[in-house]
Ligand binder design. Structure first.
Ligand SMILES: [Zn+2]
Ligand SMILES: [Zn+2]
Length: 872
């Protein structure tokens, strides 16, 4: 077996596959391209997924790489085993519908036995239980004895639906002395004796959602060999950590800590953790990841803080991770020269994060140790969520780190309660952010040299002049914090004059901040409020300034449109129209003005027409600084409620509109595209409000209206242009039907009246009519009662009718019958009582209602009794 360095091994592998007509590519970055489902690249094949699924064509049917990989699924095992890493490199050769099993197996064997000169008697292979094809190749072609080819059920590679297939692994026997000593120790044993050095995956099936396996027309090869593992074999080292890829890092950490590697397991674990983690963080930062509390940034933060904690365990109290970056870049100088180029940057990021955690680590550990001690005394084995959250929130302990520490004491933590606390904090932060934008505390800025600050809408870069947090000036701000920032030059437009501010991002060399509000102080100083999303920002940082220009353009369209609207209103309604206020955001514009009656539809149409004419007239918008007098001469309309100094900003849309205004505008009226008035209403005495939309908003408004029209037309079974005629004829038809119905009702009533009169009873010379009529409302009921009464000379009529879920009663008494003692009001009062209601009225006419329609007959029977009573 040959001895070679890690770098030589990597080169040898790639050169070997180049000689087999493979295209050798550089490692892909750790941030997956176009794969939002994946946080970090964790396998050699990950960047090639679209080639395997056939979504994209590969640049070459055969590719070989040494891929940078980061995995954190087993992070707690790093340092405790010989092989676990958060960062490692995976050597791989890939075939996309080109060569298959024969070549993949033969070349793997050729490389390890001829080029690395691994002794054949140390090698074992595994295949999938049913893969007779692979068995035949290993046994007949490669001449591996049958007893060294092990069939395993697990040798099948698949992740959900998609390409999948059996795999074949090559193992290296490190010798009996490295084994567990069990008599049945063999390939697949958990111990360190048999080391898997290469996995060959034969993607030959396509798995569907149900679990059917169909042979692929184009079969693929995907192999992976751990660089560090093979190096450990060739360099005859007990673990990956002693290879030249990692050991210089362990030596460096040991020297700083003044400890010796290999004397104590506990010390070794910490040294290995540091050695592994510094490689991860260096490469992650070089690939553009910054520490944060989310996603990849959180993975980085967790790795970094874990390393700092292990340094503490070794007694290292000073900052030291930064210096280790030099060692990493030296080891990786040949394959990853970009690490050297970005060395200063990487060190700055690590230094900031290390400093930040160092300041709280000791207090956090004290708190945690106290709690653990207390729990032990009380025989409790679960650390409460509130403490886990406090460690996270106040001391910056990733909860996974807290978990690791409590697990070292044989305890658990209450993850559910921690998650709850996190959720509450996020809600609080959101609410707080909204509130703080409203009432932000501005620090004392009297020392600020305002003459050094300037505004330039086109600026794309600037430097950080001042930072503050909670009203206190600070030198640096960190991810997760809500802060204020002042720049030497800003392109961000502040809110004011009824216009919302710009929003966007500020990106420093080490961090990124989202700008949500921009405001202007009385002395003209512009400050920005926002949330640091990644890393950190420092005073004197040079930053990229990224205004959300799509939004700014939408605001500008609406703003220039308000000026055009203002002019058009004066033209149509008269010169008494004056602006009384306005509000402009990306979605719409609102314009309040003085006018003493509602604006008619015709007037609105005329206003819209003028504005639209000016939009399409392609008029340039000019912005200039003028003296107040010059502005007045130009005929500028002053804005409502603004105070002006000597010099004023004049916004002119050709000679159509001239106003004093501080807002953002389009350069040419044509950019507005379209303006649609959405509403017009009065909002106070003599003040009207118009709301309108422009640009994309106007198009969307019209589209919404259009689909409403289409929908209505479909309901009416007509074409949109026929709707008016159709609705018109429907309205006439409804009128006709209503008339017919009224006639029918009258006829029905006449029939009922005749029936009721036929059933009239004579009591003491009074005609008594009591009865139920068909379902109708009170008006209908009264009409029938009227008709009955008109036929009576001396009489009383009491009627009931069920309407919906209620019952109505009416009683009418002729003059002569009133004279005989009858009282309509008292009759209905008694009757309604029976049906769960009440009412009353005059002696000659009264009505009432009840809630129990089922009692109508009983109630009407009681009417007869009441009338008899009254006639006595
Ligand atoms: Zn074993
Ligand atoms: Zn304006």
């Amino acid at each position: 077996m040959i001895y070679i360095t890690g770098n030589e091994l990597r080169n040898k592998f790639l050169q070997f596959f180049a000689s087999k007509n493979h295209l050798v590519l550089k490692s892909y970055p750790l941030i997956p391209e176009n794969d939002p489902t994946l946080l970090l690249v964790g396998a050699g094949m990950a960047p090639f997924k679209p080639f395997f699924t056939g979504k994209m064509n590969p640049p070459h049917p055969r590719i070989s790489t040494s891929q940078k990989c980061v995995r954190t699924g087993d992070i707690e095992n790093v340092g405790r085993t010989a092989r676990h890493h958060t960062f490692f490199e995976m050597l791989g050769n890939f075939s996309f519908g080109d060569y298959f099993k024969n070549e993949a197996i033969a070349w793997a064997w050729e490389f390890i036995t001829e080029h690395l000169e691994m002794p054949i008697d140390k090698l074992w292979v595994t295949i999938h239980t049913q893969d007779d094809e692979a068995f035949a190749i290993w046994n007949n072609d490669i001449k591996v004895p049958a007893e060294r080819i092990i069939r395993m059920e697990d040798n099948f590679w698949e992740i959900g639906p998609g390409p999948c297939g059996p795999c074949s692994e090559i193992y290296f026997d490190l010798g009996e002395e490295r084994g567990c000593g069990n008599p049945d120790c063999a390939v697949g044993c958990d111990c360190d004796r048999y080391l898997e050095i290469w996995n060959l995956v034969f993607t030959q099936y396509d798995r569907d959602e149900v679990g059917n396996y169909t042979p692929l027309a184009k079969k693929n090869i995907d192999t992976g060999a751990g660089l560090e593992r093979i190096a450990s074999v060739l360099q005859n080292k007990p673990s990956n950590f002693e290879t030249d890829l990692l050991f210089p890092l362990i030596e460096h950490a040991a020297a700083v800590a003044n400890v010796t590697y290999g004397c104590s397991n506990k010390v070794d674990v910490s040294l290995k953790v540091i050695g592994d983690h510094i490689r991860s963080m260096t490469v992650m930062i070089a690939d553009g990841i910054l520490p944060s509390n989310e996603g990849r940034g959180y993975v980085l933060r967790r790795i970094l803080r874990r390393a700092v904690r292990h340094a503490r365990l070794l007694g290292i109290e000073k900052m030291f991770l930064v210096d280790m970056v030099d060692v990493v870049t030296k080891i990786f100088a040949q394959p990853y020269p970009d690490l050297g180029e970005k060395q200063d940057y990487i060190k700055k990021v690590i230094q900031l994060e290390e400093e930040r955690f160092q300041t709280t680590l000791v207090q956090g550990m004290e708190l945690l140790n106290r709690h653990i001690q207390g729990l032990k005394e009380d025989n409790v084995t679960v650390l409460d969520g509130a403490t886990v959250f406090k460690l996270y929130d106040t001391f910056g302990f990733p909860w996974e780190l807290t978990l690791e520490i409590v697990e070292e004491h044989g305890m658990k933590l209450d993850k559910k309660a921690f998650d709850e606390a996190m959720k509450e904090q996020r809600a609080r932060a959101r609410a707080g952010r909204q509130a703080s934008a409203e009432q932000v505390v501005i620090p004392d800025l009297s020392h600020l040299k305002t003459e050094d600050l300037c505004i330039n809408e086109q600026a794309v870069g600037g430097s950080v002049v001042l930072l503050w947090k909670d009203g206190i000036i600070v030198d640096e701000v960190h991810d997760g914090e809500d802060v204020g920032i002042i720049l030497n030059v800003t392109p961000f437009h502040p809110e004011g004059g009824g216009q919302v501010s710009d929003i966007g991002f500020i990106e420093g060399p080490l961090g990124k901040m989202e700008i949500t509000t921009v405001k202007k102080l009385l002395n003209g100083t512009i400050y920005h409020l926002g949330h640091v999303t990644e890393g950190a920002l420092k005073v004197y940082d040079t930053a990229q300034l990224k205004v959300n220009v799509v939004r700014r353009q939408a605001v500008a369209r609406n703003h220039t449109a308000t000026h055009l609207l203002h002019g058009a209103l004066k033209e149509v309604l008269g010169s008494h129209v004056n602006q009384a206020g306005s509000f402009v955001n990306p979605e719409r514009l609102r314009f309040d003005f003085s006018h003493f009656s509602a604006v008619t539809a015709e007037e609105l149409a005329a206003v819209e027409k003028i504005v639209q004419h000016n939009i399409l007239a392609n008029i340039p918008v000019s912005i200039s600084e003028k003296t107040q007098d010059e502005a007045k001469e130009m005929g500028a309309i002053a804005l409502f409620g603004e105070k002006y100094g000597d010099s004023v900003r004049v916004v002119a849309v050709g000679d159509v509109s001239t106003e004093l205004c501080g807002g953002t505008h389009v350069e040419n009226s044509a950019e507005i595209c379209l303006m649609k008035i959405v509403s017009e209403a009065g909002i106070g005495s003599g003040i009207r409000r118009i709301e309108a939309v422009t640009g994309a908003g106007a198009v969307e408004y019209i589209n919404t209206r259009d689909s409403l029209l289409q929908g209505t037309a479909a309901l009416l079974k007509a074409r949109p242009e026929e709707i008016v005629t159709k609705v018109d004829s429907m309205m006439s038809r409804i009128k006709e039907l209503e008339n017919e119905l009224a006639q029918l009702n009258t006829k029905q009533a006449q029939i009922e009246v005749q029936e009721l009169l036929g059933n009239a009873e004579l009591m003491n010379g009074v005609q008594v009519v009591v009865g139920q009529v068909s379902s109708t409302d009170m008006d209908g009921l009264r009409m029938v009662a009227d008709m009955v009464r008109d036929h009576l000379k001396c009489g009383v009529v009491t009627l009931g009718a069920v309407h919906a879920d209620k019952v109505n009663f009416v009683a009418m008494v002729t003059k002569e019958a009133v004279a005989k003692g009858l009282h309509a009001g008292n009759i209905v009062k008694e009757v309604a009582k029976v049906a769960g209601g009440g009412g009353g009225g005059r002696p000659d006419m009264a009505q009432a209602g009840g809630k129990q329609p089922e009692k109508i007959s009983e109630a009407l029977r009681s009417a007869v009794a009441v009338i008899k009573q009254q006639l006595k």
